[in-house]
Design a protein around this ligand. Sequence first.
Ligand SMILES: NC(=O)c1ccc[n+]([C@@H]2O[C@H](COP(=O)([O-])OP(=O)(O)OC[C@H]3O[C@@H](n4cnc5c(N)ncnc54)[C@H](O)[C@@H]3O)[C@@H](O)[C@H]2O)c1
Length: 280
Amino acid sequence: MGLFDAFRYDGKRVLVVGGATGMGAAVVQVVKDAGAEVVVMDRADVDVDGVKFIRLDLSDKASIESAIDECGGPLDALFECAGVADGTPGIERINFIGHRHLVERAIEKGYVGKGGAIGFISSAAGFGWQNNLKITKEFLAITDFDEATKWTQDNGKADYMFSKLTINTYVAQQAFPLLKKGIRINAIMPGPTDTPLARANADMWLGFGQDYRDETGIEPSTPLEQAYPLVFLCSDAAAGVTGITMVTDAGYFASGVVESFEPAGPVVGFLSGPMYGDAS
Ligand SMILES: NC(=O)c1ccc[n+]([C@@H]2O[C@H](COP(=O)([O-])OP(=O)(O)OC[C@H]3O[C@@H](n4cnc5c(N)ncnc54)[C@H](O)[C@@H]3O)[C@@H](O)[C@H]2O)c1
């Protein structure tokens, strides 16, 4: 035993939601290597040695409930990684409403408790969450799965940007009530990351910030480079950290805020601002 063991997952049971490919699959590899017993849920097949697979469709409430019941507890960490791009039917449920239902059911059933940690993958696209609180809080007040789904559809909010603004707001909102149960909740906000999802939307997802990467001599991040900070946030080493949305974008947004990389200024300014007309 040494101090650095706080970063490890020995003796921990971990659930990775959306662990078939991309960042979720990288999380599976890292936590497994860190000593965890791993359960993966995904709509796609997962066949990793020593890992239990449970099929899950996050757009379907019944599928979520049966998956979490099959998984059972205890769960020391929940990694909420699955996500889809604009144009995918059910995006509002897959990117947020389904994750929330799963997390809340796992807590309600007592599968996650004192010492537990929840880690979401949001996106740098949700950077402006603090200036959009009025609308996200209105939406988050609707806790029922079907009613929340209907609200996003009726209000033109069944989209990627709104789902990520919502994750960030949810993480901040839940820090206090969850900490009373001894549970932490955090998220990462990745920039362009080389995954199947990003490749399928390469112009927009992998083209974003190319000028910054050209000047700094870097590539889009790898799934592993995103998994590392998320795994840290759910480890005991981050025991003092909850309610944060950590920007994991190789510095693009920070450089835009202070305009040390000038071309990022207007992009980041736009993505920081109120998206829906009124600043909160
Ligand atoms: N790749 C990027 O550039 C980037 C940037 C910022 C944020 N993100 C976010 O990162 C997260 C992971 O995405 P990725 O880039 O690793 O993509 P990915 O497509 O490789 O991984 C997403 C996973 O979610 C699963 N999934 C999709 N729909 C599902 C459903 N209905 N039910 C259950 N599982 C489902 C997929 O099968 C896959 O395993 C997403 O939330 C995405 O929004 C990605």
